[in-house]
Design a protein around this ligand. Structure first.
Ligand code: LR7
Ligand code: MN
Length: 575
């Protein structure tokens, strides 16, 4: 009997311990890992459909449980483990309305914990790498924002704190570019004071644009490396070490993580490919393209090694602080948004540095379809202004591609670029041609070309026009408008009639004139500058005006050399 009593006592004691452990874990699983218990309760309410930015909150459990000892959470809340969030039907109207504020689903974002968990998305080879973290430079993380939402901005800050080695994280610098939202004022100042990492909040009274805002952040930084992030990102496990590793090895390396996609609708975390790199087209739009075979081979097929990239997207990268200034930081003459990423890409490569996508580092970014904020002076004016500053300083004769396709831009003022030209001279930077030959031979800009501009038929006076169509569709022929755009073609020295976005004039198997990929077949044309004839090499036939019922597309015919087969090409440079 006594034994039985003892036995009962043990059971009671054990159950009590378990109840306590349960309570502890329950609190934890409700995902309050960086909140006071009051905030935790509020959070639970929010997750029940009353999203509000938390007023105040402290690094609660993070403070009492030392880093590294945190138990692995069993994530249950909305969006945990990077899952998509379903906005309840009762909130769909509100979600639709609030989408306009930031051009993403704010209601969905507000439903997700600021500490949401994410899977470890790295490839196995990356997880196995061991880094000499103690030797690495420290970093300041610079985040500029204009009217960013509370939940996206703070979820980013929490993801940095939760997933970066504390010893490497010197500080986080938030640069408020003249936001007018209440939650980004004193509420933000108070919130960040309680975080376990130093956070500086800098404010601009006037809207300066992201370029000058980043310069302001950089000037206030004390870390050895500057890491820039857009304000609506989330960092994943192990994101920082591989970036700093590259800079530690070579201070002239500018490094980007793989930029994964956070859905603007559901906030699902969707991994991007490690097989894309950055390029650009004639309009100087930044674009992702497949990494060419040559670059895969350079890495010996090891996809966990950093990929050299001709350009970077611009929002997410790390650079050694002194090197950032040595290489010319940013062009302070650039306004609001746009172009600074290509400017920096050309500058770094042409002036002796290099740019990598570090495939072991993954950071998510909310990609938006349109821009949510105001563009003082108009979108076109700002982008043309910034882009002209790039082409005038860095692109040498290749700037013609941009101007031909956008002739109207020449009328936009772009300010004074002499200081940037002097920088280029002082740093003894190489030519844009060198860049195309050595860094970006896959570029859509032909190294050498005979002509650049309209392709005008001598008999009809009409021009070839892509009509905005794609590869595989027919080519148009309409009145020449002299406004560039879809009527700009280049006859390259590889004898291709090329237009923007790697599209060429080709012929189909039934001898129709079509748009096609420049890397495909049937792309060669020979121009005779005396007879003005454009002969298609594979068929030995000539390009001519539309015939028969097809009145709006050029055709192929047996070569006669008559006026209907004669063409004037824009800006001819035959030698
Ligand atoms: O006036 C402004 N002031 C700001 O502080 C305008 C913007 N900003 C902030 C803004 O709040 C955000 O944090 O600047 C950051 C970038 O602005 P976004 O998010 O509107 O830009 P984006 O993501 O559409 O654009 C990409 O191209 C930009 C060109 O100037 C910048 O380089 C962005 O950093 C860049 N984003 C990325 O590279 C993420 C991946 C997107 C791609 C491809
Ligand atoms: Mn962005």
């Amino acid at each position: 009997r006594r034994l039985k009593f003892q036995y009962c006592k043990v059971i009671i004691a054990t159950s009590m311990v378990w109840v306590m452990v349960d309570m502890f874990l329950l609190m934890y699983f409700t995902d309050c890992s960086a909140m006071s218990s009051a905030d935790c309760q509020r959070k639970a309410k929010e997750e029940n459909g009353n999203p509000q930015p938390p007023k105040e909150s402290v690094g609660f459990l993070e403070k009492i449980i030392p880093q590294g000892l945190m138990p692995k959470r069993v994530p249950t809340g909305p969006g945990e483990q990077g899952r998509a969030v379903a906005v309840p039907d009762s909130m769909k109207d509100e979600a639709k309305e609030k989408f306009k504020i930031n051009q993403f689903n704010l209601v969905a974002s507000d439903m997700i914990s600021l500490n949401r968990s994410l899977p470890d998305y790295r490839m196995d080879a990356c997880k196995k790498k061991e880094y000499q973290v103690s030797k690495f430079p420290t970093t300041s993380i610079i985040i500029v924002f204009h009217n960013e939402a509370w939940s996206t901005l703070l979820r980013l800050v929490h993801s940095i704190i939760n997933r970066s080695p504390r010893a490497l994280l010197k500080e986080i610098i938030l640069v408020d570019d003249a936001s007018d939202k209440d939650h980004l004022g004193r509420q933000l100042d108070n919130y960040v004071k309680k975080l376990p990492v130093p956070v500086k909040v800098l404010r601009s009274e006037e809207r300066t644009g992201l370029i000058r805002a980043r310069l302001k952040g950089a000037a206030a930084s004390t870390g050895e490396v500057l890491t820039f992030l857009d304000a609506h990102c989330e960092c994943t496990e192990g994101w920082l070490e591989p970036l700093l590793h590259e800079i530690y090895k070579d201070r002239t390396s500018v490094v980007c993580p793989i930029i994964d996609v956070i859905s603007d609708d559901t906030f699902e975390y969707i991994t991007g490919s490690d097989m894309t790199w950055g390029g650009f087209n004639w309009k100087l739009n930044f674009r992702w393209y497949p990494v060419p075979q040559r670059e895969l081979e350079r890495r010996g097929g090891d996809r966990s090694l950093p990929t050299k990239t001709p350009t970077m997207a611009g929002g997410l990268f790390a650079i050694q602080r002194d090197y950032f200034y040595e290489i010319g930081s940013y062009d302070e003459g650039m306004d609001i948004w746009g172009g600074e990423n290509l400017e920096m890409s050309y500058r770094v490569w042409m002036c002796g540095g290099q740019i990598f996508i570090v495939t072991c580092s993954r950071v998510g970014h909310v990609f938006r379809k349109t821009s949510p904020y105001s563009w003082p002076g108009g979108v076109a004016r700002i982008i043309n202004h910034n882009t002209q500053r790039i082409v005038e300083v860095w692109m040498d004769e290749y700037k013609d591609f941009f101007y031909k396709i956008n002739p109207g831009v020449k009328n936009t003022a772009y300010g004074d670029v002499t200081a940037r030209k002097e920088l280029r001279k002082k740093l003894q930077c190489k030519s844009f041609r060198w860049y195309l030959e050595n860094v970006y031979p896959e570029s859509q800009m032909p190294l050498d070309f005979y002509s650049l501009g309209e392709v005008r038929n001598k008999e009809t006076g009409m021009c070839i026009d892509t009509m905005g169509r794609k590869s595989g569709e027919k080519v148009g022929m309409v009145a020449c408008h002299g406004m560039g755009g879809n009527q700009v073609f280049s006859l390259t020295k590889k004898h291709k009639l090329m237009t923007d976005d790697n599209t060429c004039i080709v012929t189909s198997h039934n001898k129709k004139v079509m748009l096609g990929n420049c890397g495909g077949g049937n792309t060669e044309w020979k121009y005779d500058q005396k007879t003005f004839v454009l002969k298609h090499v594979n068929t030995d036939m000539c390009l001519q005006k539309p015939i028969g019922r097809e009145r709006d597309t050029p055709s192929l015919g047996s070569c006669t050399g008559e006026l209907s087969q004669q063409w004037i090409l824009g800006d001819m440079k035959f030698d």
